[in-house]
Design a protein around this ligand. Structure first.
Ligand SMILES: [Zn+2]
Length: 143
């Protein structure tokens, strides 16, 4: 399993990379040298917090995940090949940074605003790539 995953490539290599556990994802940020804030994706030209140019700034990998803000079940695929129904959510992945992601749970009844999500690899072995999916950190927390 680990050997197979080691040969896989991220579907969006500028955004995330497989973590050492072979399952979760690290998100790739750029840390501003002026204010210390994180910007995402790492190739944005200027700091999202203070506007300082980020050329030459340090890229940092952080465990991917965040706080679920809101979510909706999509009953029609937004993209070709996307499963339907699927659940899309807005996730605060770092202070001041909100990204939209696909949440891999069977039913939105398993989700609550404010719950912690982690990013994991969704492996597409046929294409040799993995995509980013979010799952609850503590799925048993929802009654
Ligand atoms: Zn800054």
């Amino acid at each position: 399993m680990t050997d197979t995953q080691a040969s896989l490539k991220p579907a969006q290599p500028t955004l995330y990379a497989l973590a050492e556990d072979g399952r979760s994802l690290n998100f790739l940020f750029t840390q501003c040298g002026a204010c210390g804030g994180l910007s995402f994706p790492a190739n944005v030209p200027g700091c999202m917090h203070c506007g300082q140019p980020l050329e030459g700034a340090a890229q940092v990998a952080r465990p991917g995940g965040g706080e679920l803000l809101e979510f909706v079940t999509l009953h029609v695929p937004l993209l070709p090949g996307m499963a339907a129904p699927s659940i899309a959510g807005d996730i605060r992945i770092a202070p001041g940074i909100i990204e939209e992601g696909v949440i891999a749970v069977a039913d939105e009844a398993l989700l609550r605003p404010g719950m912690a999500l982690q990013a994991v690899a969704a492996v597409n072995a046929a294409d040799g790539v993995y995509a980013c999916r979010f799952v609850p950190v503590n799925p048993e927390a929802v009654q």
